[in-house]
Design a protein around this ligand. Structure first.
Ligand code: GUN
Length: 296
């Protein structure tokens, strides 16, 4: 048997990144009198989304950012949401705008995302930022894949020439993750539910990023011995008795016995996502004014 994989500690890396963001925010305030502001928009009452939005607001305050939380009823029309976004686009105290997804069915998500000022698009979901990411421009980059990349760089150093398999083709994680890994000179395969011979494909991956939202789908024998596994999944499954528990898209105990390094769930990618959102907000605050934020 291979040894036991090294644990990639996203909680520690996320905390360290948040400290760097707080220092950069303090620097903007001291030198330029700027307090970066993040506006979050939550439509409806999805419990998981409520938790995410609340923790984004709390983390903003802790890093010295201003937080503006907007809650709209599930019945909100697309026109009403677009009117709020227009207001936030025009508000100079707002540097970042985050519309929590998913949105209710009556609202066209892509139309809403593309109404956000690209300079304030701290989720990096606007078509302009997507295009800049793929063409090498100065983009705001989606938070979860950025967090994954920072963990990979910490773990492996240079990624050049490595075989990377990204499982899942969402706009939020899979597609931007593939772009980032390509930018690091990996050979990238973007795999999904219709991919043939998925276990064989994954077994060739020096880097495996799992972002499919299927609890423990990736088994131990899908992992390349010594490979690096990043598990983006956060799935709530029934636990013992009344309790539920969180598991990733990777069967952790099995994979840990084969991999060289692996992220746990929770405590892996999750804490990096919020830290990257704060970082994007500070970067947006600086860039909008033609400044550069301190190196974070
Ligand atoms: N829903 C799931 N992930 C995300 C994210 O990264 N940003 C937003 N806005 N909504 C999400």
């Amino acid at each position: 048997m291979m040894g036991d994989a090294r644990l990639i500690d996203g909680k520690a890396s996320g905390a360290a990144l948040r400290l760097r963001v707080a220092a950069a925010a303090a620097d903007l305030k001291t030198r330029h009198g700027i307090v970066p502001g993040l506006a979050t928009v939550l439509v409806g009452e999805d419990p998981a989304s409520q938790v995410y939005v609340r923790s984004k607001g709390k983390a903003s305050i802790e890093a010295g950012l201003a937080s503006f939380e907007h809650k709209l009823p599930a019945s909100t029309s697309e026109a009403e949401l677009l009117a709020l976004i227009a207001k936030l686009n025009a508000d100079p105290s707002v540097d970042g705008i985050l519309v929590q997804l998913p949105l209710p069915a009556q609202i066209d998500t892509l139309r809403v995302l593309d109404a956000i000022d690209p300079a304030k698009d701290v989720d990096g979901f606007h078509v302009v930022n997507t295009g800049r990411l793929w063409t090498g421009g100065q983009a705001l980059v989606p938070c979860t894949p950025t967090g994954c990349l920072l963990l990979l760089r910490d773990t492996l150093g240079s990624l050049a020439g490595l075989d990377a398999v990204v499982l899942g083709r969402s706009n939020i994680v899979g597609k931007p993750m593939a772009a980032l890994l390509l930018g690091e000179n990996c050979t990238v395969t973007l795999a999904h539910s219709r991919t043939r011979d998925l276990p064989d494909l994954c077994r060739r991956a020096d880097i495996l990023v799992a972002a499919v939202g299927r609890p423990e789908m990736v088994r131990g024998d899908w992992i390349k011995p010594g490979g690096t596994v990043i598990d983006v999944g956060i799935n709530r499954v029934p636990g013992e008795g009344e309790k539920s528990r969180l598991v990733g898209d990777v069967a952790f105990a099995e994979a840990k016995a084969v991999a060289g390094a692996i992220t746990p769930v929770p405590g892996g990618v999750g804490p990096m996502t919020i830290a990257c959102l704060l970082r994007n907000t500070v970067v947006a605050a600086a860039r909008r004014r033609g400044l550069t934020a301190a190196d974070i």
